[in-house]
Write a protein that binds this ligand. Structure first.
Ligand SMILES: [Zn+2]
Length: 202
């Protein structure tokens, strides 16, 4: 059975495993089941695209789940590989990066959760590096998507590059926090409209 360290990890696993019709969207009704002496976390519901019943059962990890948005504690995931975490981390950071450039600073707080999620995904990759080593070993890539990612960009799984990506994402998060939340939009001196207000392609 699958072991999930947190509900965030269970949800990401389900996001990564689509229905035969290609959709990952289903009504994720959640319940806990006692199976033997284990508590099993079950998500079940109809695929919103084709109606097929989808069902995932996760053994809950013995360790106490970490606070959100972390996917788990210090041990690596048993169900999501480092290449899959990299797919998520880069996809979100890239799309958020574009959005940050195209939205006023007063709106940036809306992107905070997405950046924190990407950061948590980058941090998961580092957990696959054995102590005393400097890169994720090839054997850690167990999914097809993960192996493909590793073949394309092996350097992203070296500690130096990974640390850089983690630092960069933390800096983005810090920048968002400095810009302040929705309650701090006082903007003494008036809003600066900036020069890009009338982009013709908008
Ligand atoms: Zn379906």
């Amino acid at each position: 059975m699958l072991t999930a360290r947190s509900s965030a990890e269970a949800h990401l696993y389900m996001d990564l495993h689509a229905c035969e019709c290609g959709s990952v969207d289903f009504e994720r009704r959640h319940r806990l089941e006692q199976q033997g002496d284990e508590i099993v976390s079950v998500y079940e519901g109809a695929c919103r695209q084709c109606g097929t019943t989808r069902r995932f059962a996760f053994r809950t990890a013995a360790e106490i789940p970490p606070p959100l948005p972390a996917f788990g504690g210090s041990r690596p995931s048993q169900i999501i590989d480092p290449g899959e975490f990299a797919d998520v981390a880069f996809r979100i950071s890239e799309s958020v990066g574009v959005e940050l450039l195209n939205t006023p600073e007063s709106e940036h707080h809306k992107l905070r959760n997405a950046v924190a999620y990407a950061l948590a995904a980058f941090e998961e990759i580092a957990k696959f590096i054995p102590s005393g080593e400097n890169a994720v070993p090839e054997s850690a890539f167990t999914s097809e998507a993960g192996r493909a990612r590793y073949r394309r960009e092996p350097r992203n799984f070296e500690r130096g590059i990974l640390d850089m990506n983690i630092r960069r994402t933390r800096a983005v998060l810090a920048g968002i926090d400095e810009a302040g939340g929705p309650d701090e939009a006082g903007e003494a001196g008036g809003a600066d409209e900036g020069p890009g207000g009338a982009a013709p392609d908008a």
